[in-house]
Structures are given as C-alpha cells and as structure tokens.
Design a protein around this ligand. Sequence first.
Ligand SMILES: [Zn+2]
Length: 485
Amino acid sequence: MNDLTKLAPAKVFSFFRQIAAIPHGSGNTAQIAQFCLDFAAERGLKAVKDAGDNVIIYADGTPGYENSEPIIIQGHMDMVCEKTADCQKNMETDGLDLLTDGEWLWADGTTLGGDDGIALAYMFALLDSDDIPHPPLECVITRDEETGMFGAELFEAENVRGKKILNIDSEEEGILTVSCAGGITAHCEFEFSRHRYDSCYEYEISVSGLRGGHSGVDIGKGRLNAFEMLAKPLERLSDFYFGTISGGGKMNVIPQNASIIIGSDADKLEALEKIIQKCNDMHYGGDAEPDLLFSVKEINTNHQVKYFENKCYFYYMEDFLKFFPTGVQSMSESIEGMVETSLNMGVLEMNDIFMSCDFLIRSNTDSGKDAVVETVRSFCESIGDEIDFDGMTLSAEYPAWEYRKDSPLRDLMVEVFRDQYGREPVVAGIHAGLECGIFSKKIKDADAVSFGPDIENIHTPKERLNIASVQRTWEFLKEILRRSK
Ligand SMILES: [Zn+2]
C-alpha cells in the first residue's frame, strides 16, 4: 500500500484526509460544518452559516482580480454512509480508513465520500494558497444534499454576489453538466363502489425479469414498466373477475415485477397457460428487456382477496394498465440524446375499496413538468365511470436547471478544457436532480456548470477516486479561475 501523504496535488489530498477523519454522513454534519468555520477563522477569512446550516466562505480576489466578478464554488458537506457487511466501523462516530495504491484512493470497508469531499478539498486548497490567481470567491458548502438537498433548499441567496457557479459534484472527468431535471410527485387516489364476490378458482398472473433502474437516469434506456406489461395478458382475457394488483414499490425505481390476481367460475388454468405462452412468444421486451417473463399459477387465497362482481371492472383495469402515461415523454432539442421529460409510475396499491398510484414526474424544463402533471390528471379523470377519481396530491417538488443558450461560463470552461486536454469536453444534461436546480432558481441569472474528477461506484463501499484525474481537474479549476479576470 502506498503512502497517502505522497499523493499529489499535496494540498488537495491533505485536506481530503482531514475531511475523511471527521464523520460526516447526511444528518451528522455539525462537526464538519464547524471544521469549515474554523478553517476560515484560522485564516482570517469571512464565513457565515446560513439558515440552512450551509457554510459560505469568502475570499477576496488576488492582486489584479480585486474587481473581477465573484465566482461561486459549490459542493456538499455530507456523504452517503455505506459499508460492507463485515465492516465494524461506526460511521456516526469514526473517521474513514483511507487506502491508496497510487492510482486510486478508497476507504477500507466503507464509502469514501469522494462525493463530495473532493469539492471541499479543492476549495480549502484554493483558500489556503496565496499563489493561485483568482477572482473573489464565494465557497458555498451545503448540508444534506444526499437525502433531499435540504441545505440548498434553505440557502439564502442574499449571502452571495456571484452569478457564475462552479458546482463540483459530478463524477466523470470530461463531462460538463449544464442542465438537470426538476421533479414532482403525484399521488392519485381512486375509490370503487364494488360488490364482493368470493371466487372459486383463483389465478395469479405475474410479470418478472425486468431490469428496473433509476427512474431518471435509466428511463431513456428502453426499460419497461412491469405494470404496463401486465396489460399484455389482460387484453387476451375475458370472463374473469378482477381481484387485486401489486408490484413495484419505490417511486424513483422503474418497477421490475408486478402481478394481478383474477378469479373465475370454472377451471381455466389450461387456457391461461396458453395465453401466457403467447405473451412470452411475442418477446415484448426486445433487446432492451430480454429476460421479461410472464407466468401464471393457480392460487388459493382463502377468500383474502375480494373480487369485482361486475366484469366491467376487468376492462377498466385493463385500460388503466394499457394506457397510463409512463416513461419518456419528450427528448431535449438542446442537448443531444438527453431525455427532457418523463414520468414513472413506481407504486400502485389496492385494497378492497381503494386504489392509489404514485407517479414521479421529471423534466429538465419547468413547463414540461407542469404539462405532465396535467396529462396525469386528465388520464385519471378519464378512467371508467364506476371508478371514482378522488383527486391528486402533488408534493416533493424541486425545480429544473434549464439549459442556458447563452452561458459565458460554459464557453470559458469548454475553451480551457480544449487547451488543457486537446479535445472537446462533452456538454451534457442529466435527467435527475442536482443542487444547481435550486441555485439556478434562487440566484437570478445564475450561470452554472457542474464538473468533477472521476469517482467510481459512488454511494457504495466500492467508491474510489482517481488520483491522476484529481490532479488534472485541479489544473482545470485553477485555469478557469485564472481566466476569470
Ligand atoms: Zn454528490
């Protein structure tokens, strides 16, 4: 194992080690916040802790840059705490055990917190140096990004003057992120006036083998929603009673499995097996979902499941599963290959008289998000007459970071990248949330770009930070500041 103190850039890794020695999981950030404040006080730098418990450290411009436009450098102080099954460490109270082979840096048995400790290490290394030319700096260190961006949510914009934001919270060197999705959750409730019917023969039809994935970043990869796939066997059935449906479970995960229970007056297993065989023969999953599997089995619920007596409900549910809006709704016109608007029905619950479903709606434009909310509402209103739509509750809304056609910061960073690397960076957007979404709403005319060195397997004990990438990104950061006169 190599010596941690020999890693370069020395100052960046020295601060990274100090940060790693302080437990700083989400919800446990008082100590790291105090470390930031002490760091500033020891160097005579002005610092504030705002209403969101975010820390902001200020530095004047270096000679020749005194009157330049300030630049905000931003990262989050909390990390995701995960450890291997056999790791004894208490991440609430203990620092991390860093290890390196000279090429990578990781932590023994736990997450590394490179996300987003490296941002803080860069900030401290900059603020601690007197030989790096830079404009006035406003280093914004937010609290509890990982669990819901709670610090950014309460950030007080009057504490900063800068409009240009360098967000150091991306994990792939060479990608400049310039847009992120906003989101909102729609919880929809339905009520039935159904009569009970205790069926003699009961069957469970299931969909399994789907890949699932993150409802934002994986939604454009052809992943199928298990609830949607259940409509395939349903449309081939008639003369059954609809019992219940279950599956999925998390709003931000594309459902991988789902099943329905149906009832019949007569033994129809053989007929159902033929239908299921036909569904499997159709290969609805294509190349993107090769393991999609339909199956059926006879079950006995001991009358735990109640059925709709009126077979019309069967058709209502079939229509519901066939037509509910889900997946990609539109692609971006500004950023090639980026999903702009999508939604995921991740949760569907049903009991004797109620059904509820939860949609997570995402869009890289605020108008796209609003439009999908209305699509969901009108879909719910259009379901059969016998199923009452009780309404929709919206919650957990956060804003999109919209692509800026005109972005001097992006132009500068592309230019610096080209000069340093001899190639073009990838300018991209992500279809998931970043703190830049909140900052771009709170700071008028904000011009933000997110970037960072290579970090693999974030949020897992296999997280590791590439040393050479940290070095190159450090040079990149310093050059951006040098050219920001
Ligand atoms: Zn992060």
